[in-house]
Design a protein around this ligand. Sequence first.
Ligand SMILES: [Fe+2]
Length: 286
Amino acid sequence: MLIYIILGLCVIALIVAIVETRLLRVKHYTIDSQNSNLKKNIKIALISDMHCTVFGKNNKRLIDKIADLNCDFLIVAGDVINGKPDDLSYALDFFKGIKEKGIKTYYFYGNHEQKLSMTDEKSFEDYGSEIRKFVETVNNDTVVLDGITLKGLLIPLKMYRDKISEIEKYFNAVQLVGEFDNDGNYHILVAHDPTFASMYDAVGADLILSGHLHGGIIRIPFLGGVITPRHKLFTGRTRGIYDQGKGKILITSGIGWHAIPLRFCNDPEICMIEIRSSGYEAQIGS
Ligand SMILES: [Fe+2]
């Protein structure tokens, strides 16, 4: 009898996990900034790890949900595609729809974009040419905005495979993307994989934005995410916001799935990050 109860619960959990991949929630974060150049509150939408997942025809449900947030800009933190040349139209439809809504978007590559660049250079170049009609790509590059500076760290593809002890010998984030200037701007570093976060500290970000870990795919209350793409179990930081270096790291659990359509206690999420300016608070009070 017990075996039937356990089997029944497993079937129910499996159905819930499949259905959950179709849900979409907005997770709100508020961060206070003392940076002098930030004169108003900034609202940033963040998504990651779409992996060709589609919400409604041409991703309309996802696009509308992001548009409803009225963000100042959207950050896409990598793995929009699946590293293959045959499924890129989903990404193009998404970015086209986002542009039509008038949303300024910065796109930072993950390991799957890099995988495509290694396996099919022509498809990758064509993909890059097409998407840059709709979004700005930022990879080992810097974008300076009004009060905010964005840096995109393109993590070498082999780092997703090597042991961390080996990576520490050759990886230098500052050499790839430089340090933030002491200029009064709020400094955001986008780095797809948070596994190596301590190696990004020298860049000097106020906020690091990452994804890649899919929130641990299956989440268990009080224990957190179960498994990472490196097949490591219960690694701890797979979703949420944590202290890191001189600032914070925000790890989104992403909106898609890869290989197996499962997410448990781990709804696909759009992160809505409000950077609150101390200067703005003072204006309200005066
Ligand atoms: Fe990834």
